[in-house]
Design a binder for this molecule. Structure first.
Ligand code: ARG
Length: 121
């Protein structure tokens, strides 16, 4: 969207700031998180000023379809139903975090940890 009376182009991002660490409110009420950082970077690279709009998750796709915003980032996964209504980018996050221990312990999950001693004893 073009800002009135301004040179800088505005990129309006919709999110639902209830999904940390992707998007949430910090103590002072600002919307922060991984998606906001990434959107800021994209906006900067393209020469836009980023404006973040917080809304209900269920309203995000509708807001995009109704041209109320330019883009959505909300930790949203591409389901088939959503794909029918909007265009998804390439995947930018795949969650593959694991906890790790010293080699040879073979703790795979919580069950594997039960009854065992963690750490240096
Ligand atoms: N990845 C899940 C989905 O697409 C959950 C996303 C929730 N995001 C949020 N901002 N509340 O449905």
């Amino acid at each position: 969207k073009q800002a009135e009376g301004k040179d800088k182009k505005i990129l309006e991002l919709a999110t639902s700031a209830d999904f940390p660490p992707f998007e949430s409110h910090d103590k002072s009420g600002d919307i922060v998180g991984f998606d906001i950082d990434l959107a800021s970077y994209i906006a900067k690279q393209l020469g836009y000023e980023l404006k973040v709009k917080d809304m209900k998750f269920d309203g995000l796709i509708g807001a995009l379809q109704a041209n109320r915003v330019d883009m959505v980032m909300a930790g949203m996964s591409a389901t088939e139903k959503r794909r029918n209504n909007v265009d998804f980018s390439k995947e930018y996050n795949r969650s593959g975090e694991m906890f790790i221990f010293k080699k040879g312990k073979q703790f795979r999950d919580l069950e594997g940890l039960k009854g065992k001693t963690i750490g240096v004893q």
